[in-house]
Design a binder for this molecule. Structure first.
Ligand code: NDP
Length: 333
């Protein structure tokens, strides 16, 4: 029995299949494996969320791209597809957020991850309804605020992560230990994690679970467009960049749309020009409708390393096996 990241892992068995693992996060959510699938806009519908939950991790619906009636339908379908716990990610800047929150409470969703905003506004209401609340942060200040308003755990998301991200550019490697030192509630590490060894690294830094986005984009269960999945499969080292810090910072694949942004920066364009170039619905155009030139293609740095489409359950299993083997190998040093 070994202790790592505040959790308990049995490394005495020869095979990871018999390995059991408990952390405060597995206990909080009632899950078997400390792997959480990120609630990504346009990618994380009920097929993906239920597949990850059925595999023993925690699946999340990405409500940021769903109109309220779409989210209701997705929650109902997810409930039919799994008996296991699942959650919803709610970006706090979502225009119809009050409807999302009310529907989530009415439908008895057990877990909510909030992101992109101040957790003070909805945490108490969600917790009064018996919902476990997690907030996504990218720096110490937001982590402390989240703890102060009573969230159950935080996702600490480093610079490597895809999609919307922190302005500080703090990497996962620096962020997790810094927060671990100051925060008492459990930390879920995100950003650059998609394999067993990166998961083991996150646990060494003090995380008690990992949140994985990019790797779950390229699954048959992800609702992303096939063109986007293929683009992620093909992505090479250096293919992504964090940009648009003046609006909402976002890590994306460098395509023709990105070149337009880059040109605007080269010409010292102001916020209003950047906003004009971005327009509305760019993420949908790229990730959901498959327009690889004009769309916003949100993905993390680890896209350079993942090059095969695999079922969500296989990813969960491979990550657990890799995690176990990494820790076993470390024991022999
Ligand atoms: P845009 O403002 O460019 O476009 C809004 C998109 O969201 C449209 O494609 C629209 O679909 C869809 N949508 C879903 N529900 C609504 C609604 N109630 N009102 C308006 N539009 C809605 O936003 P983005 O594409 O950049 O982002 C989409 C969503 O993602 C944002 O609304 C926000 O909630 C969320 N987001 C999340 C972040 C995070 O950190 N997780 C950060 C930034 C945004 P349609 O085209 O069919 O009208």
């Amino acid at each position: 029995m070994g202790s790592i990241g505040g959790g308990i892992l049995d490394l005495t068995n020869d095979s990871f299949y018999y390995c059991t693992m408990q952390t405060r996060i597995t206990e909080l959510f009632g899950i078997d494996k400390p792997i959480i699938q990120a609630g990504m806009i346009w990618c994380s519908g009920w097929e993906l969320a239920s597949a990850v939950s059925n595999a023993g991790g925690l699946g999340l619906l990405g409500s940021g791209s769903m109109y309220p009636e779409v989210l209701i339908d997705q929650i109902k379908k997810c409930k039919e597809a799994t008996q296991k716990p699942f959650g919803v990610n709610v970006p706090l800047l979502y225009p119809d957020i009050d409807k999302h929150i009310a529907n989530i409470i009415d439908l008895g969703v057990p877990i909510v991850f909030t992101s992109a905003g101040n957790p003070a506004k909805y945490t108490a209401r969600l917790k009064e309804a018996g919902i476990k609340v997690v907030h996504v942060v990218s720096n110490l200040n937001f982590a402390q605020k989240s703890q102060d308003v009573g969230v159950d755990a935080i996702v600490a998301e480093g610079f490597e992560a895809g999609g919307h991200n922190g302005r500080e550019e703090t990497t996962t490697m620096c962020l997790i230990p810094m927060l671990k030192d100051k925060i008492d509630i459990p930390i879920i590490a995100a950003g650059g994690i998609g394999t067993g060894s990166t998961m083991a690294a996150a646990f060494c830094l003090g995380a008690e679970a990992v949140q994985v986005g990019s790797r779950f984009v390229i699954t048959p269960e992800s609702s992303a467009h096939e063109n986007f999945k293929q683009e992620v499969v093909n992505a090479k080292d250096g293919a992504t960049e964090l940009t648009l810090k003046e609006l909402t910072p976002v890590r994306l694949l460098k395509n023709a749309f990105y070149e337009q942004i880059k040109q605007a920066y080269d010409e010292d364009a102001g916020v209003s020009s950047l906003q004009e170039i971005l327009g509305r619905g760019r993420a949908k155009k790229g990730m959901f409708e498959g327009n690889m030139d004009e769309g916003e293609l949100e993905i993390g740095q680890i896209s350079a390393y993942i090059n095969q489409l695999k079922p969500a359950a296989t990813i969960v299993e491979e990550m657990m096996e890799g995690f176990y083997k990494t820790l076993k190998a470390l024991q022999t040093l």
